[in-house]
Design a protein around this ligand. Structure first.
Ligand code: GLY
Length: 396
């Protein structure tokens, strides 16, 4: 992987002068410097609340983070420590490392209790995963492996997938698997290669294969949710939870898919995942508005009078830097150019700037539930800085 990303980084230099419609592009270092300043502002704002309080979002027009106590139900709590690890990777600042360690350590309890849902991967791999990558601390590895055990406990061999939301079995009508769950396979693949049970790689592959079959339509657009009979594993239906309708393409769902299948190729080298990642990426790119930041759902009939989702753009930008190296050639160069346009557009037109300490404005959390519409949300910041580090040649 390192070799592939080094190649991607070399191409990224060639595309460093890409322009977006509404402004001059900034260099990757300028954007990372900006993230470092915003990270300091956030730390100054939330530091006194302690490591057990996690920044989640900032409402439109507001300038302070909403903090949530860490808990087994808070799927977003790994992103802030992840942002700190990424910022430490860029700045080398030991104060930032100390903060990253503090916020990461506050999540250790998650690996010692029964899995609440599939989000264990988001929570533990963004925090402990990055911490282990950067420090090699063996205690971090132990937490990741324990969390992988918990995550694997949600696997249903009849369906061939992980149960994403145990609490929604009744409301959705069975064993449910959501697109977001693709990201959590990363922790299982990693565990299988780093001292965890080798069969976790097979669980992850099976999950990815079934998601490919039942969470996508023939035209390469995605369903958010697939529902299976928990006993027989028979597929019952595919539908949405956070999208506009059962037939629509929820922007962040497609983004999770692009990121997820790119990551599956990284671990397996199986060409079918690479081909699929390219297919669903091409669909996504073909439908984007000019500024490369999608509306929250591609099929909302109220477009353009609906909220964007900057988080989806950040997730896809990060994935495309990685995918560009695997696709190679002209196709890879095209993906890298798209990733560069996305981060430039986010930086030029969607940044929090002086108005608030978040990196980015204008994400949409759960629009059908009326939640976090046009907010700054912590996961948008996580994937934005990840994309920038990847563009700058980090081996992550
Ligand atoms: N994983 C939940 C979301 O993407 O909103």
């Amino acid at each position: 992987m390192k070799k592939i990303l080094a190649a991607a980084a070399a191409v990224s230099v060639a595309f460093g002068c890409t322009r977006v419609a509404d402004g001059q592009s900034a260099g990757t270092d300028e954007m990372l410097d900006y993230c470092a300043v915003q990270t300091e502002r956030t730390l100054a704002q939330i530091g006194s609340a302690g490591y057990g309080m996690s920044p989640r979002n900032i409402a439109p027009g507001d300038s302070t983070w909403t903090l949530c106590p860490v808990s087994k139900e808070l799927w977003t709590e790994g992103f802030w420590p992840g942002v700190l690890w990424y910022d430490y990777e860029y700045t080398g600042d030991e104060r930032i490392r100390a903060a990253a360690e503090g916020y990461t350590g506050a999540l250790e309890f998650i690996s010692g209790i029964p899995a609440y849902d599939h989000d264990l991967g988001f929570i533990v791999f963004c925090s402990y995963g990055n911490g282990y990558r950067l420090t090699g601390n063996p205690a971090y590895r132990d937490v990741i492996l324990a969390a992988a055990d918990r995550l694997a406990s949600l696997y249903n061999p009849a369906a061939g997938t992980i149960l994403s939301w145990p609490r929604e079995m009744e409301s959705l009508g069975g064993h449910n698997t959501i697109m977001d769950n693709m990201i959590n396979l990363e922790m299982l693949f990693w565990a299988a290669e780093n001292g965890g049970r080798p069969e976790y790689a097979e669980i992850a592959r099976s999950h990815a294969d079934m998601t490919m079959k039942y969470n996508f339509r023939p035209d390469s657009t995605s369903y958010h949710v697939a529902v299976y009979d928990p006993s027989t594993g028979k597929h019952i239906r595919s539908c949405t939870h956070q999208g506009y309708s059962d037939d629509s393409m929820w922007a962040r769902g497609q983004a999770w898919g692009i990121y997820g299948y790119t990551m599956c190729y990284r671990f397996t080298g199986d060409r079918k995942y690479l081909d699929f990642a390219c297919r669903i990426t091409d669909k996504y790119l073909s439908l984007l508005p000019e500024d490369m930041v999608p509306y929250w759902d591609f099929d909302d009939p109220e477009i353009p009078d609906v909220s964007r989702d900057a988080s989806a753009a950040a997730i896809v930008a990060s994935a495309l830097v990685e995918l560009s190296g695997y696709a190679g050639g002209e196709k890879g160069a095209g993906y890298l150019a798209s990733a560069r346009k996305m981060v430039n557009s986010l930086y030029e037109n969607y940044r929090g700037g002086d108005s608030c300490p978040a990196f980015l404005l204008h994400s949409t959390g759960h629009r059908p539930a009326g939640s976090e519409i046009d907010y700054s949300i912590i996961y948008a910041d996580y994937y934005f800085i990840e994309a920038l580090l990847r563009l700058s040649g980090s081996s992550l």
